[in-house]
Structure formats: C-alpha cells, structure tokens
Design a protein around this ligand. Structure first.
Ligand code: FAD
Length: 381
C-alpha cells in the first residue's frame, strides 16, 4: 500500500509542536502536524503565565484579540511571607489562542495539520519512517516528538528515560471576593509546598487560578490547606475547573536526538526546572527542531546532522542545566534558610536564579552570607 510522503512529521500540537511545524514548513519541507485531540487547544492544565519575550520568540502579536488575559508582575513569598517583587512584567494568556495563532502561521507556510488523529506507531523502512496513526499511514524522513511528558514517540523510538516529574494540581476559582489584581503570587516553603511551590494567578476580577506542585507528598491536602490559608480572599469562591498534570522538572533527558528523530518540549524535559515554566522553552525548542529537521530532510537525517539542534538550542540547554542546579540547591534548604534568602535577594537575583541565567553572579553575592555561603553559594559555584 502506498502511503502519503512527508519530509517532516511533527507529533503533538502543544507549544513545541506548533512551533516545530511552523519552522519546518518555513524551510520548504513537506510538513505534517498531528494532534490527537479534536482541536488545537490548551486542554492540559497550565498556568498560562509567560514573559513578554515568549510572544516575541513565537512571532505572535500581543494585540491579537483575546490573547492577553491580564498583564502582570510577580511577587515571590518566602515561608515567613516576606516577599520579593519582580520588576519585569509578563502576561497571563489564553494559551489556546497562542497555539491556534502559531498553527495558523504554520498552515500559511504550507504545513498540513490533522486534528483528531493520534500517532500510534512507527518503524524504519529503507532509511525512512513509516508512521501509523489512528487514521492512516505516512512516510517521513524526520519525526519530531512533541507529544508531551508521556511521549509515545519517545517510547516507540526506544527512549525509556524520562525527566523527573512533579505532580501539580490547579483549581480555577470563580466568584472570589477581592478586586482584580495585577500580581501573580508565588509561595515557597516546605510547609506550603514541599519541594515545589504554590501559586495564585488573577485571571479576571471574577476568576483566579490557584495551583500547587509538590514532590514526595500527597498533593490534595496541600492545595486544600493553601486555599484555607486564603479563606478571606477565596471564602465564597467555587471551583469550576479542577485538573492536574505532571511537569518534567528534572532537566533534559540524555537521548533527545536520534537518527531521523528529535524529541522536544515536555517529551524531552525541556522545562525550566525551578519555575516549571515550559511554554517559552518549548516554543524555542520547536523553532530550532523544525528548522534543523526541515533543512536536513532532503540531505542527511543522521543523528550527527540533526545534532545541529544542540547549537540552535544551546542557550536554552544551558538555562535548563543551571536552573536545575539551583533547584537541587534549594531543595536542601530549610524554611529558615529560605527566609534568610528572601532578606538578601533582590528582584534581578530571583529572576536569574529561577531562569538559570547569571547564577554565578548571585552565588558570589551570597558568598558573604554567614549561612547561605556554605548551604547555597558554594554549591551553585
Ligand atoms: C498545572 C500546570 C501549570 C503550568 N503553568 C505554566 C505556566 O504558567 N507557564 C509556563 O510557561 N508553563 C507552564 N506549565 C508547563 C507547560 O504547560 C508545558 O511545559 C508546555 O505546555 C509543554 O509544551 P509541549 O508542546 O512540549 O507539550 P504539551 O503542551 O503537553 O503538548 C503535547 C501535545 O501533544 C498531543 N499528543 C500527545 N500524544 C499524542 C499522540 N500520540 N498523537 C498526537 N498528538 C499527541 C497532546 O494532545 C498535546 O496537544 C504548566 C504545566 C502544568 C501541568
């Protein structure tokens, strides 16, 4: 039986996949984007918080109607409730509109998009992939696995390694009593969220998102307790959406580039470990992978050639590595240590640590601190 031929098949239309389809199609490669759900939509729960730079990277105009739900700044709270205010503004977005806009750009560049079509299996035949879906069989020179933390593409390629996952639970609360706020609030501490954090994101004057990620502990009691802490604020609010999903925060897996294949986004652990933010890093990974795959497809799709992805994505690989280092260091700190940290860190320091930017600068600053020098600074350096 003959099968329809593509240069590049991208599996999964999350931030990574739509971006990969766009940049692959931009090279002129015959590109197919497969999404198992009936729509390109943000069905998986997500806080939808992004930096301004995320939209620039994605090539998406912030003025698109409905895209920006709220323009926000962040407050990060230590266990004793001392807070560090982050100067940089960002957005709470409607992620569905972001995904659909990037998908529309991919379509304009010639990508074929099939929703409600699930990737099932693949096999290599004469140097190409035969890709079996719930509806058809296709051939492709390169496959890009952008199918999330439980990637079937990874499994079918024989990649068993998974990035460490943190379970999260997020509630959308309706009818809260306080006025609209422009601050997203992030709460740290072993009593509030062991080895994780809790968040409150104001969506509108009536809707607020409350979420938590914890490791090595049952999650439900922690979110219930967290909501109780803010009972005055949330007293009459009702839960209208209650969903959870894991976030890969253990860093990038070792084998994400193979002969004829690249794994990206959550499927490869391409999330900033300390923040759990993966929209920006997944979009950047998608753009890099699509470009490399699209250019290589008609020439050479060996692992060596596809490793050009590493050069394209190098700044993000470094950020993820450094942020993981900070996460591992912070995991060892007590609530008292975290309180001390909040006394000495300024907003730029928090941004650099959380995003794996200039962590050496912050570590040098902490070297003069009597306790944090040994508990944190030396480890970071
Ligand atoms: C509760 C929560 C809150 C978060 N908050 C934020 C935040 O505020 N900011 C931020 O930057 N990040 C946040 N993240 C992380 C962010 O959501 C992810 O890192 C990001 O969506 C990863 O993008 P992706 O494209 O790799 O994967 P996904 O978004 O998971 O997309 C994968 C896609 O593949 C599809 N798929 C899966 N299997 C198949 C198959 N077999 N065939 C076809 N299609 C398939 C899925 O349906 C899905 O559409 C949060 C995550 C969670 C769980």
């Amino acid at each position: 039986m003959s099968s329809k031929e593509f240069d590049v098949i991208v599996v999964g239309a999350g931030p990574a996949g739509v971006s990969a389809a766009k940049s692959s199609a931009a090279t002129g490669a015959r590109t197919l984007l497969l999404e198992k759900n009936p729509a390109i939509m943000a069905l998986k729960p997500c806080g939808q918080a992004v930096s301004r730079q995320t939209l620039k990277t994605a090539g998406v105009d912030p003025e698109i109607p409905g895209l920006i739900l709220n323009e926000v700044h962040a407050l990060v709270y230590a266990p004793n409730m001392k807070c560090v205010q982050i100067g940089e503004n960002g957005y709470l977005i409607n992620k569905t509109i972001l995904l659909q806009e990037i998908a529309a750009q991919a379509a304009e560049l010639g990508a074929e998009i099939h929703v409600h079509e699930e990737f099932l299996d693949l096999k290599r035949v004469n140097g190409k992939f035969l890709v079996k879906t719930s509806r058809n069989t296709y051939s492709a020179s390169v496959i890009i696995g952008a199918d999330g933390y439980n990637s079937r593409v990874a499994r079918r390629l024989g990649v068993s390694e998974r990035s460490e996952l943190i379970p999260t639970l997020q509630y959308l609360l309706a009818g809260r009593s306080s006025g609209v706020s422009d601050a997203i609030r992030i709460y740290l501490g072993n009593k509030i969220a062991p080895k994780g954090y809790a968040w409150i994101f104001p969506i509108t004057n009536k809707l607020v998102e409350v979420g938590i990620g914890v490791r090595d502990a049952p999650i439900k009691p922690y979110i219930d307790n967290f909501i109780k802490m803010f009972s005055r604020e949330f007293g009459k609010a009702q839960i209208i959406d209650r969903r959870g999903a894991p976030v890969p925060v253990g860093g990038v897996i070792r084998e994400y580039v193979l002969d004829g294949a690249i794994l990206i986004g959550d499927a490869a652990g391409m999330v900033i470990p300390l923040t759990g933010g993966g929209i920006h890093s997944s979009i950047a990974a998608g753009l890099a992978a699509g470009k490399v795959a699209g250019e290589a497809a008609s020439e050479d799709v060996s692992r060596e050639r596809l490793r050009e992805f590493d050069e394209e994505y190098a700044p993000w690989l470094n950020r993820i590595r450094r942020s993981l280092k900070v996460l591992r260091a912070l995991e060892r700190l007590s609530d008292d240590d975290l309180n001390q940290l909040a006394e000495v860190l300024e907003d730029r320091d928090v941004v650099d640590l959380a995003n794996g930017l200039d962590i050496a600068r912050v570590a040098k600053k902490l070297l003069v601190h009597p306790i944090l020098a040994t508990r944190l600074a030396r480890y970071l350096l």
